[in-house]
Design a protein around this ligand. Structure first.
Ligand code: FAD
Length: 549
């Protein structure tokens, strides 16, 4: 199999043009080409009048070695045709079932049923190690009811909401599935394949910027649970871990205690609690688990009509089915030294209430697979620095988030409505008293006000500078009626729980800090990839093998 990269074809090319392009690249006739599969498809919209689709394909050809040798001789040093890499995932142990059958076997425990936790559990179960997954929230269908209660009726359930429950934080989301992390072992591919097996749309395997959307995510996490259970794993919901049991002399993990008081013995505990488990972070800190403050970002969500973004990005090709609803990615370095950037952009989606704590307002975004809602939304966030904006103490970032989330709650009117402001008013430094043509999608509703009361001054300053700059890149971005809703604080974990080369906490052996909450991921895909890595580390340790992360 050969892998060809950078095959460029016009947007509306006929399907057979791809095979022809492969033959042209390789200098072979059509009958020498056996089959072609698209590995990735992106687009190049730098010239809006001539948008290109850009393919990476894998193909089987007759006399493959000779074809490759001929290409390389004709194009020395060119890497656009190479042997296709082996992308298969290979389990690091094969004796898991035997280990699990041994007397006195202690199952590995995974805390948290987000993408990191459920992927770790899936891999451990497939290796025969019968993991136990503990999740503080509810099974996903019940969790959906609780989440909608906040959005529709302003009723928050602190243990079952957008952040907590089966599927983790990204369940009610756009389900974007790409990541910038280096992936030499194709773990991202493994995650996508598992997601497709569990019901995610197949195009996530080849689109450069794939997404699943909320409805499909919900049924996908159910299917993954069934897979884990069929392979010998177990899920327990409404099972919040409240304490680690540690050997007093060595600090080695011996198990966990649940909020119910129940004790579960374990020598291997994967900690995949996400970035919002503030009580759990406080507990770990009190128990002496090493952690450190980590930079994160905060700001607001901004909404525009999706048609404005489509036209700005795709020009005359706006609305083309191959392109879908347009995305954007914006960065500005403000003169006060702060980076301002777009975060978690959701084309054709809605802004959602994402708090997990009472008396606070937090924004985020979601969409359905169709991305057909009227507005585009994205976080517009500004970098924060521990030691400068809040004390350099592991828990201080959390306190900082809480403070501004509370200010937003109060500015919104104290009933979970979010404070909102027209961009025109924000730039002019006056409060909004009404909104204009862009109808905000946030539920349970917004209160027009002055967002500068619930954001640090340097964040306001950086945003005021950045928005007109972004207008130069996307016409309409700083339009008066675009709506900003606040506050967006849960952009990533405010702390990091360091781990060693073997995946274990640097001062608490047997604890495997993982995923977004521990500072090892920033999104669904990278969290799930980290879950695979931690499952591998646990399995290797259980089998007495050296751990290779
Ligand atoms: P989480 O998904 O946060 O899962 C942690 C789990 O641990 C939770 O279910 C929680 O209930 C549980 N838990 C916490 N404490 C305990 C405890 N003490 N005991 C037992 N269980 C516990 N990312 C993307 O890549 N694409 C997107 O489109 C996207 N959209 C998002 C939209 C929204 C509204 C939100 C909130 C997030 C979005 N994200 C998105 C971010 C993404 O969801 C996270 O990066 C990802 O879920 C992190 O995975 P995780 O498994 O590390 O943690």
């Amino acid at each position: 199999m050969l892998r060809l990269t950078e095959l460029r074809l016009p947007l509306d090319h006929p399907p057979e043009a791809l095979r022809q392009a492969v033959c042209d690249r390789l200098g072979i006739s059509m009958d020498a080409l056996d089959h072609v599969t698209v590995f990735k498809r992106g687009h190049d919209a730098r010239r809006r009048s001539a948008i290109w689709l850009v393919y990476t394909v894998d193909c089987a050809v007759r006399d493959e070695d000779a074809v490759l040798a001929r290409y390389q001789a004709a194009h020395p040093g060119n890497t656009r045709v190479l042997p296709a890499p082996d992308m298969a995932w290979h389990a690091p142990i094969t004796n898991g079932a035997a280990l699990a059958a041994a007397p006195g076997y202690k199952r590995p425990v995974v805390i948290g049923a987000g993408p990191c936790g459920f992927m770790a559990a899936l891999m451990l179960a497939r290796m025969g190690l019968r993991p136990l997954l503990l999740e503080r929230g509810k099974i996903v269908r019940e969790r959906t009811v609780d989440t909608f209660a906040l959005w529709r009726r302003s009723i928050l359930t602190p243990e079952s909401n957008v952040q907590f429950g089966e599927g983790g934080a990204g369940t009610f989301s756009d389900g974007k599935l790409y990541s910038q992390v280096r992936d030499p072992r194709f773990l991202g591919r493994k995650v996508l394949e598992e997601f497709v097996k569990a019901g995610a749309p197949e195009d996530i395997l080849y689109l450069a910027h794939p997404h699943i959307g909320t409805f499909r995510l919900v049924s996908m996490v159910e299917h993954i649970r069934q897979e884990v259970e069929q392979a010998g794993g177990e899920y327990r919901f409404e099972s919040r871990v409240e304490e680690l049991l540690l050997d007093p002399a060595t600090r080695r993990v011996q198990g966990v205690r649940l909020a119910t008081g129940e004790v579960i013995e374990a020598d291997h505990v994967v900690l995949a609690v996400g970035h919002s488990a503030r009580d759990t972070f406080a507990m770990l800190h009190e128990q002496g688990v090493q952690m450190q403050a980590k930079p994160f970002s905060m700001g607001v969500r901004i909404e525009h009509p999706q048609s404005v973004i489509d036209i700005a990005q795709f020009g005359p090709s706006a609305g083309n089915e191959q392109l879908g609803a347009a995305e954007y990615r914006l960065v500005h370095h403000a003169s006060n030294g702060r980076g301002v950037y777009s975060f978690c952009m959701c084309p054709g989606g809605t802004v959602v209430a994402a708090t997990s704590e009472e008396g606070r307002v937090v924004t985020n975004g979601m969409s359905q697979y169709s991305r057909a809602e009227r507005n585009a939304n994205a976080g517009m966030v500004v970098e924060l620095r521990p030691g400068e904006d809040y004390p350099d103490d592991p828990l201080a970032g959390m306190a900082f988030q809480r403070h501004w989330e509370r200010q937003a709650f109060l500015a919104g009117g104290g009933d979970y409505k979010a404070p909102a402001q027209r961009v025109g008013d924000f730039l002019a430094g006056r409060p909004s008293t009404a909104l204009g043509d862009v109808v905000p999608s946030y539920k349970p509703g917004v209160t027009p006000t002055d967002l500068s009361t619930c954001l640090p001054g340097f964040v306001v300053e950086a945003l005021r500078e950045a928005l007109p700059r972004f207008e130069r890149k996307i016409k309409g971005f700083a339009m008066d009626d675009a709506v900003m809703t606040g506050v967006e604080t849960r952009t990533s974990s405010p702390l990091r729980i360091p781990r060693g080369e073997d995946g274990q906490s640097v001062n608490t052996p047997g604890l495997y800090p993982a995923g977004e909450g521990a500072g090892y991921a920033g999104g669904i895909l990278s969290a799930a990839m980290d879950g695979i890595r931690m499952a591998e580390a646990v399995a290797q340790d259980m089998a007495g093998l050296p751990v290779t992360l």
